[in-house]
Design a protein around this ligand. Structure first.
Ligand SMILES: *Cc1c(COP(=O)(O)O)cnc(C)c1O
Length: 420
C-alpha cells in the first residue's frame, strides 16, 4: 500500500510499515492460497461445463416450484463439486444451523445414538440436539447423544473405539471449524484419519461433518474423503458473498433424501421448492466463492502476521495451514479489544458511521461487541469480528470479500487500537 493513500485513509505510518513488511513475508503463503483458489475455481468451472449451465437456468419459479431446471442443475453442480452422490441446496434453509439440524433430524430416529467426536458441537446446535433443554430436541425425541472430547486438539481414538464398541452408534458427528471455541480447527487430512478409523470399526456408521466456514479453504471437502453427509450455510464461504439466504446439504443419496423429507415433507423431499429468481445468485456466488474465500484467508493471514509482530497471541499463526476462515486474536486488554472491533466497523462498506459498544445479547453470558458492516445481514464471509467481553479479551475475525478492502479495514482497526 502506498504511504500517501494510507495516510489519507487514517492508517498510521507504523502500521503501514508492518503491513508492507508482512505482505512481503507472506509472499509464498499467498501463492499457496492462490493455488488452492485456482484448483477450486477449475473444479467449479468444470462442473458448470459438464452440466451445460445456461441462462435458462436463471428463470424464476413460484408456487410449488415443480420442474425447476435451475434448481436441479444447481444441485447437480454442488454434488459434482463436493464429490458426492446428491445435493440439496435451498433458499428455504434459514441458516447453517437449520441445514445442519435438518440433516440430523433426517438421519436420526428414536432409539438411534449420535456420537460427537469433536466435543460439543457449535453453540447453535445445542438446543437441536438437546444438550440445552428444548422440548423439540433430538434427545426429547428419543435419540441418544454421546460425546468424546478432543484431547490437545486431536481425536481421542481410544475413547471413540470404546464408545463405538460398547453401543450401536448410528451417526458420528465431526465439527471441522473451531467456530467460536478455543480448540483448533481440523484439517481435511485429520478428518480423513477419523473417518477411516470410524469406518474401520463399523462401515455402516454414518459420518456427518459440520462444514461451515470450511468450503474451498482446502482442495478437498469432507465428502471427498468419505463423509456421508455434510451441511453448511450459503451466507458463508460457498455463497461467495452473493447469496442472500439459504443452506446446503450434500452427501450420500439416501442421507440427502432423508434430510430433504425433513425440510419439506415425507413424500415430497427434493421435488418442491420455488426458487423465486435466486438461482443466478447461487450460481454466480458459487463461481466467485473460491476467489472470495482466498481473499478471506489472505486477510486472516495478514491480520495474524501483523498482530503477531505487535506481540499479540493469534490462532492460527500466519504461517499455519488453514482449513477455515476464522482468525482469533487475544488482546489481554478490554480497551484494545473494543478499539480494534470499532476500527473494523468504521472501515466497513455498510454502517461505517456506527460505533459498536459492548452489549448484553440474548443467549450470551457476557457482554458482546461485534463489527458487522455487511451487505447481507450477518454474512460472515464478509469481514466481521466479534468478541465476548471477558478475559483474555479474545476477538474472532473472519471474512473479507476482497483482500484490498479487508486489509485496509485491518490496518485501520490496528491504527485505532494503537491510539493517539
Ligand atoms: C456458522 C456456523 C454454523 C451455523 O451457524 P448459522 O449462523 O446458523 O449459519 C454451524 N457451525 C459452525 C462451525 C459455524 O461456523
Amino acid at each position: 500500500m502506498q504511504e500517501e493513500l494510507a495516510s489519507k485513509l487514517g492508517i498510521k505510518k507504523e502500521v503501514l510499515e508492518i503491513y508492507n513488511e508482512c505482505e512481503q513475508e507472506l509472499g509464498e503463503k499467498f501463492k499457496e492460497i492462490e493455488e488452492i483458489a485456482m484448483y477450486n475455481t477449475a473444479k467449479v468451472m468444470q462442473a458448470f461445463w459438464n452440466n451445460k449451465l445456461s441462462e435458462t437456468h436463471f428463470r424464476a419459479t413460484t408456487g410449488y416450484g415443480y420442474d425447476d431446471i435451475g434448481r436441479e442443475v444447481i444441485e447437480k453442480i454442488y454434488a459434482e463439486i463436493f464429490g458426492a452422490e446428491d445435493a440439496f441446496v435451498r433458499i428455504q434453509f434459514v441458516n447453517g444451523t437449520h441445514a445442519l439440524s435438518t440433516a440430523l433430524f433426517g438421519n436420526l430416529l428414536p432409539g438411534d445414538t449420535m456420537l460427537s467426536i469433536t466435543g460439543e458441537p457449535y453453540d447453535t446446535l445445542a438446543e437441536s440436539i438437546g444438550i440445552v433443554e428444548n422440548k423439540m430436541s433430538l434427545i426429547n425425541l428419543g435419540v441418544k447423544y454421546e460425546q468424546v472430547d478432543l484431547v490437545d486438539n486431536s481425536f481421542n481414538f481410544e475413547e471413540i473405539r470404546e464408545k463405538m464398541e460398547s453401543q450401536n452408534i448410528k451417526l458420528v458427528f465431526i465439527g471441522r471449524s473451531r467456530g467460536y471455541s478455543t480448540r483448533k480447527s481440523l484439517s481435511i487430512a485429520e478428518i480423513k484419519q477419523a473417518i477411516d478409523f470410524v469406518k474401520g470399526i463399523d462401515k455402516d456408521t454414518l459420518v456427518m461433518v459440520d462444514n461451515c466456514y470450511g468450503e474451498f479453504v482446502e482442495k478437498l471437502e469432507p465428502t471427498n474423503i468419505g463423509a456421508d453427509i455434510i451441511a453448511g450455510s450459503l451466507i458463508k464461504n460457498i455463497g461467495g458473498s452473493l447469496c442472500e439466504t439459504g443452506g446446503y446439504i450434500v452427501g450420500k443419496k439416501e442421507c440427502v433424501e432423508h434430510a430433504a423429507e425433513r425440510l419439506t415433507a415425507p413424500g415430497i423431499g427434493k421435488e418442491c421448492g420455488a426458487t423465486l429468481g435466486k438461482n443466478k445468485e447461487i450460481l454466480q456466488g458459487l463461481f466467485m466463492a473460491p476467489s472470495v474465500v482466498a481473499a478471506a484467508v489472505k486477510t486472516a493471514c495478514i491480520t495474524a502476521a501483523m498482530l503477531e509482530k505487535l506481540g499479540y497471541e493469534v490462532s492460527p499463526s500466519a504461517w499455519e495451514d488453514r482449513t477455515d476462515i476464522i482468525q482469533s486474536v487475544t488482546f489481554n486488554d478490554k480497551e484494545k479489544l473494543v478499539k480494534f472491533i470499532q476500527g473494523v466497523q468504521s472501515a466497513s462498506p455498510i454502517d461505517s458511521f456506527v460505533r459498536p459498544e459492548p452489549w448484553v445479547m440474548p443467549g450470551y453470558t457476557d457482554e458482546v461487541v461485534m463489527a458487522a458492516g455487511t451487505f447481507v445481514s450477518g454474512a460472515s464471509i464478509e469481514l466481521s469480528a466479534d468478541a465476548p467481553i471477558r478475559p483474555p479479551y479474545m476477538a474472532y475475525m473472519q471474512g473479507g470479500i476482497t483482500y484490498e478492502s479487508a486489509s485496509v479495514a485491518v490496518c485501520i482497526a490496528i491504527s485505532n487500537m494503537l491510539g493517539k
